[in-house]
Design a protein around this ligand. Structure first.
Ligand code: TXA
Ligand code: MG
Length: 323
């Protein structure tokens, strides 16, 4: 894989059926053009991801949603108008454009418009190369299956060195601003359902749609597998008192992840001390990777409250702790 900062060369590689790791405001994605089954198959192979797990299609703007969806409820239009481009994915009834190789054979498709300027530039360049204004690029998070999502180009390199072809690219767009994956909202029913927590919160959805979102859905989402987002170190959820009362043994090498206000006990490694819930999301995955780089055995994580991005941080840490 080669690093680049040029969205046009990324678009050319995508047009030609190659893979490009792309920056988004949430996490990095591993992209291929969404109308090319061979290119999409390479994503699954590189990630080691089961073939029935559906992918998110990234498009240039909300207009393109009409081309990928067969029906779009009014509340989904409101969500798209309010939060795109941004950290939100809408699952809608699919049109013929969304092949089984994208949707895992389901009759819905996940669509997102990212706000990262290099994603936008790449999609614009791809549109002009293909003359297809609704062209999409399929991109799951750019990590091996079940692992921690990457929030920098260096993380992507760590995941795929030796796995992905020399001609494939990493488009370096700096650190991901949000740090956790997009909010996924199922829009295939009368009311929206939250499938994955992210920067767009339940109260954001209520405010914009006037509807109370359902919190579970029968639709499958791999990010909703119990064990996911896990480093090699064991993640254990605790609270400030539990942290104080833990005394490291000789064998244990313990890292601490907690808001700044919570002190680090003697003999433990501070992985990060975020100042706010937003900051916690921003540093979360880099901190989990750091735990493995330091060969820690355990990460003691103190959950933030569930305001703002706190809910997404709690969700990811619980899943990391479950494996
Ligand atoms: O922030 C993000 O969403 C990142 C960036 C790269 O856009 N992408 C991402 O993709 O997190 P991935 O593949 O790691 O997670 C996508 C989730 C999976 O849990 C998948 O099962 C779910 O979206 N998904 C995709 N299509 C779906 C569908 N038709 N119905 C329900 N869930 C779907
Ligand atoms: Mg993922």
């Amino acid at each position: 894989m080669q690093l680049t900062t040029d969205p046009r060369s990324a678009a050319v590689r995508l047009r030609d059926g190659g893979l490009v790791a792309v920056p988004t405001e949430t996490v990095y994605g591993l992209a291929a053009r969404a109308d090319d089954p061979h290119a999409v198959a390479r994503i699954y192979a590189a990630k080691g991801r089961p073939a029935d797990h559906p992918l998110i299609v990234h498009v240039a703007n909300a207009l393109a949603l009409h081309s990928w969806a067969s029906s779009i409820p009014e509340y989904a239009h409101r969500l798209a108008a309010a939060f795109w481009p941004g950290p939100m994915t809408l699952v809608v009834a699919r049109s013929d454009r969304a092949g089984d190789f994208i949707t895992g054979g389901q009759d819905s498709v996940a669509v997102r418009v990212s706000s990262h300027p290099l994603m936008d530039d790449t999609l614009r360049a791809l549109i002009s190369l293909t003359s297809d204004p609704a062209i999409g690029i399929a991109a799951p998070s750019a990590n091996r299956f079940g692992r921690v999502s990457p929030t920098s180009a260096r993380h992507v390199l760590e995941e795929f060195v030796g796995v992905i072809g020399d001609d494939d690219l990493i488009l370096d767009g700096g650190e991901s601003a949000v740090g956790v994956e997009s909010t996924i909202i199922d829009c295939t029913d009368e009311i929206p359902r939250l499938l994955r927590a992210g920067a767009i919160t339940v109260s954001d959805i209520e405010r914009v749609t006037g509807l109370t979102p359902g919190l579970t859905s029968p639709v499958r989402a791999s990010g909703t597998l119990e064990s996911h987002y896990a480093p090699t170190a064991e993640v254990v959820i605790t609270d400030a008192a539990g942290l104080r009362d833990t005394h490291p043994t000789d064998e244990a090498r313990i890292g601490v992840l907690a808001l700044e206000s919570i002190p680090t006990p003697v003999g433990m490694v501070r992985l990060s001390a975020p100042e706010s819930n937003d900051d916690y999301a921003h540093v979360l995955y880099a901190a989990l990777r750091e735990a493995d780089a330091l060969q820690l055995t355990t990460v003691l994580a103190v959950l933030p409250d569930d305001s703002g991005l706190g809910a997404a941080v709690i969700d990811r840490l619980r899943r990391a702790a479950h494996s």
